[in-house]
Write a protein that binds this ligand. Structure first.
Ligand code: DGJ
Length: 693
């Protein structure tokens, strides 16, 4: 007997079917099916044929493929009893609850196991949140538990997953679908630069702006595994879960992290916009939801560990004059921290640098109209610290482990460690007017351990409950801890330690497939970039930062008059536009010129937009190719205007209209022909503003 269930959110339909009492499988995922669709027919039509060399019936590609039901590929659950003997479960569905959430419960009585799958719909973002839980009557050892397993489309030729490195986060990798496994297994114990847990599966020929695309994000900060497998029969599955064997002790309750999935028929952007909206509107818990995002100043690249009050107050004066609204004091204020060899875990204000505490600096910063933020790296400890000398047993991993940035990791599973950190951080927050934490995590774990991540989440939750007005930025040597698990507890990510505007342009562009402007920190770096050695003009540096949550990180004492003026101007532009940009969708443009990385940010109302067209390199052809816009109403007219006409170079001698005047064109024209921009040097950005008329 076949039962069917459908999930609809107005853009996509997911149809699940159970055959007899076997686990449900997804028999359709894609564009919305008519309400009249015969789901039994959908399920029956989904069955593939059987021929020589195959079993007499094809094993289900269920929400948890089971070895005991002859599934020929990777299974969704691997576990053993407390003594290490393998268990091969075989589940039967016992209950289905369909409301706002669709929940399937199934049971294996022989092994005393209960398996549950949930699917939660959000019609605003079109992201479906799904999760698997496992309960055992007696303790079992879990090796692998997949979140609900989804089929991948047959009409895709490739998949796009995400890797990266320090100063080079969010690199998109296209891998062809072929027989067998494509696996990502992150054993670093943190989300990692290397392994952002995201996947896009575009149909053949899909672009940023057109075609079908399926999106996945796994919201966990402790390292994940992703399996994309094509079976001999051609079926494809995608599995996500916490990195295997990271729940080391036998237990009776397990759950995966939430898996976020979406289908869109308008290209990679369709998935990207869904993820942006879902994260901003449903996941992040904003301390002050309606407050404008403040312009940051972060002092790291200005002073590093050399904290001197007169210098910092001078820098604060200059940052405020540029338009900064939040001053973040980075590493170097605590213990005896003159370089990165000591003092992590000694969260006590350094009396040599701040004899009167942080109050004089905070008062000064506040007198300039800025709020104050402070850097911590709570999970870390230096061997050269008072806390280490008192509590070497608080460290995670072996005594002789390889260090990372000369530091070790505190064992966050220990309640006494969390209590200690809560007390120390709480004392600093409670004793000073601090409204922001930059929470760093500069090394991988000595070994992956889910309890570590849970401990960190618990500490974050406790601190947020005690200090609800304090916002937190997730940083891990830049973008080493970015995922929706950490972002349900933090409000900003430090996307990269690269303040090189060219590198940032690319990183931001690719990260926008998962991250909205509201959470993505982006700072104007020094004239000569500290991590790439490149010298980049202030216009490019300023506009790239203005694409996201803007800030400054250079020493403002280096700025000449022109640079100061450009920065003030762009910062004011950002302040004038940040409120609608906060809610905007970031749409990546399909640039005909590979030298140009461009995006359009479209207001929620559709009434205005801004295009950022960054020319990262010299173009092959001499004149700019028209840039096709997207997301507009074809029938509407838009007045478009080149915002930064002052940046037109004298070598641009032609009559390109936008140089001289605004244009009013239809959405159809703008999306089909595109806008023709003036010639420019490389490493420059054009800003085009549009208003619906
Ligand atoms: C790494 C971060 O990514 C930097 O922004 C800075 O905060 C340093 N750590 C401080 O040690």
């Amino acid at each position: 007997m076949m039962n069917t269930y459908r999930i609809d959110d107005g853009r996509q339909t997911l149809v699940l079917a159970t055959q007899s009492d076997r686990l449900p499988q997804v028999v359709y995922w894609g564009a919305t099916l008519p309400q009249t669709e015969d789901l039994a027919a959908v399920a029956a039509a989904h069955m593939i044929d059987v021929t020589g060399g195959m079993l007499d019936e094809n094993p289900d590609l269920s929400l948890c493929p089971e070895a005991a039901r002859s599934f020929p590929g990777q299974v969704g659950l691997i576990l053993s009893d407390a003594d290490g003997r393998a268990i091969l479960p075989q589940f039967s569905v016992t209950d289905v609850a369909q409301g706002q959430t669709l929940a399937f419960t199934s049971r294996d009585d022989n092994h005393g196991l209960t398996l549950t799958f949930t699917f939660k719909v959000d019609t605003h973002s079109n992201v479906i949140t799904c999760q698997t839980t496992l309960a055992a009557d007696t303790p079992v050892r879990l090796h692998w538990l997949a979140a609900p397993v989804l089929p991948a489309p047959q009409h895709a030729r490739e998949m796009i997953d995400v890797s990266g490195r320090w100063c080079g986060e969010f690199q998109l990798n296209r891998t062809p679908w072929t027989a067998g496994l494509h696996m990502r297994e992150n054993r670093t114990g943190r989300t990692g630069h290397e392994h952002f847990p995201g996947l896009l599966v575009p149909s053949a020929g899909a672009t940023n702006t057109s075609g079908d695309c399926y999106g996945f994000h796994y919201g966990w900060s402790g390292g994940h595994k992703m399996i994309a497998e094509e079976l001999q029969d051609g079926r494809r599955q995608v599995q996500w879960g916490n990195a295997p064997d990271t729940d080391s002790a036998p237990a009776t309750q397990f759950e995966t992290s939430p898996l976020y999935i979406t289908y869109a028929d308008n290209g990679l952007n369709g998935c990207g916009v869904s993820f942006q909206r879902h994260l901003r509107d449903n996941i992040v818990t904003w301390a002050a939801p309606n407050a404008p995002r403040p312009v940051h100043y972060n002092c790291w690249e200005a002073v590093y560990f050399d904290h001197q009050l007169p210098v910092l107050t001078d820098i604060a004066d200059r940052a405020a004059a540029l338009g900064a609204e939040r001053f973040v004091l980075d590493d170097g204020w605590f213990g005896l921290r003159d370089d990165d060899t000591s003092s992590l875990a000694d969260w006590v204000i350094d009396g040599r640098k701040y004899p009167d505490g942080l109050a004089p600096l905070i008062t000064h910063v506040q007198s300039l109209g800025m709020t104050f933020g402070l850097w911590f790296e709570p999970e870390m400890i230096n061997g050269n610290s008072d806390v280490y000398r008192a509590h070497p047993e608080w460290v995670l991993g072996a005594c002789d482990q390889i260090l990372g940035r000369q530091q070790k990791v505190l064992n966050m599973a220990l309640p006494e460690v969390r209590d200690f950190l809560f007390d120390r951080i709480g004392a600093i927050l409670g004793g000073n007017d601090i409204s922001y934490i930059k929470w760093d995590h500069n090394r991988v774990l000595p070994q992956p351990d889910a309890a570590q991540t849970r401990g960190t989440y618990a500490l974050l939750d406790r601190l947020r409950a005690a200090f609800p007005a304090v916002e937190i930025e997730s940083c891990a040597s830049g973008g080493g801890r970015i995922d929706y698990g950490i972002l349900s507890r933090t409000q900003r990510v430090w996307l990269s330690d690269s303040n090189d505007a060219l590198e940032r342009l690319r990183i931001q562009h690719d990260a926008a497939l998962f991250l909205p402007m509201a959470v993505t920190g982006s700072h104007v770096g020094p004239r000569v970039c500290h991590t790439s050695g490149r010298t980049i003009d202030i216009t490019m540096r300023a506009w790239v930062a203005a694409q996201r949550h803007m800030g400054f990180e250079m020493d403002p004492r280096e700025l000449d008059d022109r640079e100061t003026q450009v920065l003030k101007d762009v910062t004011q532009w950002w302040k004038d536009n940040r409120n609608w940009m906060y809610h905007a969708d970031i749409l990546r443009l399909d640039s005909a010129d590979p030298a140009v990385t461009a995006e359009l940010q479209l207001a929620q109302t559709g009434a205005q937009f801004v295009v950022f067209a960054g020319k990262a390199a010299t173009s092959a052809q001499i004149s700019p190719r028209p840039l096709r816009l997207t997301g507009l109403d074809p029938q509407a007219s838009y007045r478009i205007s080149l915002r930064n006409r002052d940046d037109i170079n004298p070598l641009s001698r032609g009559t390109t209209l936008l140089k001289e005047q605004d244009l009013t064109m239809s959405g159809t024209y703008l999306m089909n022909n595109g806008i023709t921009l003036p010639w420019s040097f490389p490493e420059r950005m054009w800003i085009v503003e549009g208003v619906r008329v």
